[in-house]
Write a protein that binds this ligand. Sequence first.
Ligand SMILES: [Zn+2]
Length: 371
Amino acid sequence: MPRTLTIFIDGVPFDQLERMAFANEFKTRARLVPILGYSVNCQTMLFTGKTPDEIGFWCEWEYDPERSPFRRIRALLPVLALAEAWYPTKRVVHKVLDRLGWVSSTKNIPIRYLAYFNQTGHSVFDRGFDGESLLDHPDMTSFLHWQFENNHQRDEVMFRAALEKIQSEDDPGHITLMLAGIDHCSHWEGVGSEPYNELLVENDRYIRELTNAYLGKYPDGQVFVISDHGMSNIEHHIELDLEARFGRPSPQNYTYFSEGTLLRVWSESETRLAEIAEYLDGIHGLRPFSDRERAEQGITRRACGDLIYYTDDHYQLVPSFWGPKPSVGMHGHHPSNRTQHGICLSTRSEEFGEEIGAKQFYAALAECLAE
Ligand SMILES: [Zn+2]
């Protein structure tokens, strides 16, 4: 039975691999081509093999007025929304709503729209995920973010904990480690920035020390290094004003949910959807996600959006429900952009082809765990 060590690093683009001297020497180095969307699905697909349709969610939030936890205070929301006139009071109200514990975070979702949406998506790495995954394997030990204190040292502390287990136990078994410092750094400092390049080198050291320790313990062991998606820097901002053109969202009119790179619109009225599509089609840097691609990537449910648009590489919707300000780096652009490709490395030769999808990594790890 080959034992496995899987080092997951959030958001390392394939094109940055050359800056990671040790990782770049792995026998198999594949491009991980993600689906359209964010970490919540990209990560989950790696360890469940399931598309958004199969797992039952796409993105963290979906249009679901019947099950929105905020439907209970629907009447109160317009009053609370008055706080949005001033940024500090807006933050306070969001914090209070988050404290209710109904969702993990209300982010920048306009308060009066909260009752239209439900937080249905939880990453396989999060506490809220309740499906089955490869992390459930009885001989698997997972080092996940929520188990450790949230500070700048978290990746380092997690790395040391994993290394300690490998070194101190006779048979440490299968191990998965989830590191996310690079993703955070690229959002706020940018890909290619000095702190970012330093983190790449630091993560390369984690990979080197863990791989050497693991193969020292299990000479026939198998080490994977994967990231769920790539990353690129934002150069242009798109400001939408759906309310000014189409009025305030309501179940009788239309509803929308905007994130950094994704826009989803729902309406019962075909005419309304056609009018909104015509407006969106005319916006530079924004493109419709076709029905054909939705079928190919398993994003067909209506709750995902009647209309789905994505921004071109280097474009971001600002503001959006994701946040009021632009990010320096972003992901979630169309996977045909090579900047969005993650990595999938293996210490075995010819484990993968040049480009693979999350399902192929899932199949490879599942096969090791089944033996
Ligand atoms: Zn991210």
